[in-house]
Design a protein around this ligand. Structure first.
Ligand code: ATP
Length: 241
């Protein structure tokens, strides 16, 4: 029998007053894959992630992790969510914040060493260790927070725009790192607006528009679905979403 998806989202809905931010989000994230939520501004990507993380109460739908229905307040134990645009503990140094996170979330010593040898190097955080979080540039802060998200020992990590603010070289290094992370069996669900980055890092994409997950699949499967084999992913998105 096939094992259950690491994350199974069914008919997720969320409304803010008159705005239906999420009308129907249905998709899976399997063990060992990067799944990208792709969509234009206001499509509902961040709202989906916040509902999944249990930070926002959804109005409907179900969320299963490894086959178990998980209430919002139980999600923290099962996954880690990195929002976009946050600057936690602005007066603390990067080193202090990373140590704090590893202690608070109980990262085992061997996982900490593996993280220091790989994620910390790929995201070049050593050079920032003594800097105050509040004084980092946007891209530096993003690198530190992505590193923090990967330091937390959760098999499922959700990140809102993890490459936003990273330059070309850093984006490439982060993409290669994400591929190594999922090769180790963890799963990543990330929102991304740059199609090129999405195609390079994701195993599968979920195309979101107007609060609806319109299509889900590998880039090539989505091309086939759109009748655009070999086509540009932007055209595929416009055809399907
Ligand atoms: N707290 C809120 N109160 C009211 N409306 C909200 C709130 N948060 C989001 N929305 C609305 O819900 C819709 C979806 O927003 P969301 O931030 O999820 O989109 P997004 O796909 O992440 O967009 P972007 O790519 O611009 O970050 C938008 O119309 C937005 O204005």
């Amino acid at each position: 029998m096939e094992s259950p998806a690491r994350l199974a989202v069914r008919a997720l809905r969320k409304r803010f007053g008159a705005i239906e931010a999420v009308r129907d989000a249905t998709f899976d994230v399997r063990a060992g894959e990067v799944v990208g939520l792709l969509g234009p501004n206001g499509a509902g990507k961040s709202t989906i992630l916040e509902c999944l993380a249990g930070l926002l109460p959804a109005d409907g739908g179900t969320v299963h992790v490894d086959g178990r229905a998980l209430a919002p307040d139980a999600r923290r134990a099962a996954l880690f969510y990195l929002p976009d645009g946050v600057a936690p503990w602005p007066d603390a140094t990067v080193a202090h914040v990373l140590d704090l996170a590893a202690d608070a979330w109980g990262t085992p010593a061997d996982a900490r060493r593996a993280w220091a040898d790989d994620a910390a190097v790929a995201l070049d955080v050593a050079a920032l260790r003594d800097r105050r979080v509040g004084a980092l540039s946007k891209g530096q802060r993003k690198r530190v927070l992505v590193a923090l998200a990967l330091l937390v020992p959760r098999p499922l990590v959700l990140m809102d725009e993890p490459f936003d603010g990273l330059d070309l070289r850093q984006t490439r290094a982060a993409i290669a790192l994400f591929r190594r992370v999922v090769a180790g069996g963890r799963s990543l669900l990330v929102s991304i607006h740059a199609m090129r980055d999405a195609e390079r890092v994701c195993d599968r994409l979920v195309l979101v528009s107007d609060g609806v997950a319109r299509a889900e699949g590998t880039p090539d499967a989505l091309r086939a679905q759109a009748g655009l084999p070999g086509g540009d992913l932007e055209d595929v998105f416009l055809a399907l979403a």
